[in-house]
Write a protein that binds this ligand. Sequence first.
Ligand code: URA
Length: 207
Amino acid sequence: MPFTELKHPLIIDKLTRMRKQDTSSKDFRENLNEIAQLMVYEICRDIPLTKIEIETPIQKTVGYTIEQPIVLVPILRAGIGMLDGIQKLIPTARIAHIGLYRDEETLEIHQYFAKTTTDIENSYTLIVDPMLATGGSAIKAIDIVKQWGAKNIKFVCLVAVPEGLKKLAHRHPEVEVYAACLDEKLNEKGYIVPGLGDAGDRIFGTK
Ligand code: URA
């Protein structure tokens, strides 16, 4: 499975701000959106362009346009925290939603919501979720978008760990995964170490 850690001084600085436990929810959200925007700028380098004829005020010329629909799929709820930044860059992107929760006893992932978009079959699809921890939610979300017919799928997260990447590579080896940072490991409670705590709680100011 192709995995890219998008290292850049701006991303590293912003992620460090997010990791600090005394960072406010407002600053956490702002930095998350800014990182998501920087990451997507890099990730989208391979979107195909179509040549078109245009007229400038001076003369006819050729230009290039993105014709393929772009679909963003946030995994609820933390994935929502990456949307604003990406939408600033790609305002025409369609948004599909996938709601998942983990049964704390069986640790199984369950779907409680899923709504696709038109033409996802032909789209460039980016699933977004800040934390790739055990890999369970990522696998389930990719299962769902594949059932919807999506073919060109990428998974975009902020922090990943080797355990989650390994599981994901086993189930969906062709899906490209991008992270701002590959962290060390999972702890016994399933949190990423050193990580940044519960991303959803920090985004929404919940406990
Ligand atoms: N989900 C989070 O929000 N944080 C972790 O560390 C792991 C999973």
